[in-house]
Design a protein around this ligand. Sequence first.
Ligand SMILES: Cc1ncc(COP(=O)(O)O)c(C=O)c1O
Length: 490
Amino acid sequence: MTLRGWADLYAWQLDRASRTPLTRQIYIQVRSAVLSGALRPGTRMLSSRAMASKLGVARASVVLAYEHLLAEGYVESRHGSGTFIAGDLTGLASRRRGAPRATKRAVPTSAQTFSDFERSAVQSDARPFNTGRTLIDARTAETWRSLTHRAVRRLGANDLGYTDPAGLAELRENICDYVRAARAVRCDPEQIVITAGTQQAIDIAIRVLLAPGDEVWVEDPGYPLTHAQLLLAKARPHPIPVDAQGLVVDAGMRMAPRARVAFVTPSHQFPTGVALSMARRLELLAWARQSGAFIVEDDYTSEFRYSGPPLASLQGLDNTEQVIYVGTLNKALFPGLRIGYAVVPRALLQAFVGARYLIDRQPATLQQAVVSEFMQQGHFAAHIRRMRQLYREQRDALAETLMRRAADRLDVAVPDQGMHLVAYLRDGSSDIAVEASAQRAGIVVRAISRFYRTAHPRAGLMLGFSGFPRQSIVPSAARLATLVAKCVRA
Ligand SMILES: Cc1ncc(COP(=O)(O)O)c(C=O)c1O
């Protein structure tokens, strides 16, 4: 590969007051750029004419220096295409000078907190049954490509500059229409703030709503990223138990009555998949109203509801504007998109947009324009319809295979919605052991006991089904069933 342009950007310097001849200085400059690794093998050097004009010296000085470098093997000449940093620098590396040596330095506690956070290492793992993966069919891929081309062609001077930190007006309108219709969310377009996804929306909500030491409710078991974000903000998360009806609100009122915010996943509790019952929804809203607390509703994967009565959002039941509704297109479309949104109560709007601006100014214009057209032209609704059908078939294939092969060992909870299911281990054996042995066998499962804080953990396997076609789900589920049988017997 030829690396172009970098030699032009390199900070070449000559010291005209020095007694070292200019040719020698040029030779030394190029050699040290090579030895320090600043210019990698394959980098195209400036022509002698360009280098001479850049440095303001006679061309002959550069030609002489290049000849010297050529003779020593630092650069090579390719006939008709110029001079390049030599590809084979064997032996030169040992002469490298100035490469920074790793020093042992105390890492500040704040940095340690981030590096201690154990990311789900399998995040980008494409094997079944990794969670959070989506499928994009040929129709969506093609539409996306052509809308992107169109958006690039249409970008005007205004789009290339700084734009509204809350997001493009047309995208906010489209999202507003969508959440009103599909999720019964109460909103006006100006209440929509475009974010990079749920992760950023929750980060902003934490910054806007909480001071260090403030108490909050989180679900137990619950979403580990929200918990970690709260700890980083020095808030005090209280894990509140979850049962078959979702968050146990009266336990929350007993355990942390002064909480300022409750973070919940009401339509598909993470990780159990249960839906918050209507009685609990009303109880939660009543508590928020009485105590002046806010609720952050993470409505991830709400697009993929397969069965059961339609579930409206919690926000739609709230008439006192105490719910921040958070949605994401990173699940509805694909995680690499990095676009989500928050529907923000009017009283918090200015603060929310201000925080968005301070964090990273604004969302990327091009991506927003594409998503907006995708929605406007009806492709989003059609994509959801097709994927809902596909994911339902994948969910069924996974559940059926596991139940056929391991019904005595696994209790498969088939969710009405979402992109993963939980298969509970019947005899209370260790889900961590199954997770490890599945990993060795090339199957990705997540032990749900990891998501419990203080509540008694259940052993179960969280299995994503959205990212894999039926043909790979069935054999992998069969292998997993065999593996579970072995682990349980052992
Ligand atoms: C509970 C929950 N909320 C939201 C998300 C989506 O996050 P984002 O939009 O930042 O990709 C996920 C992804 O795994 C999740 O598990």
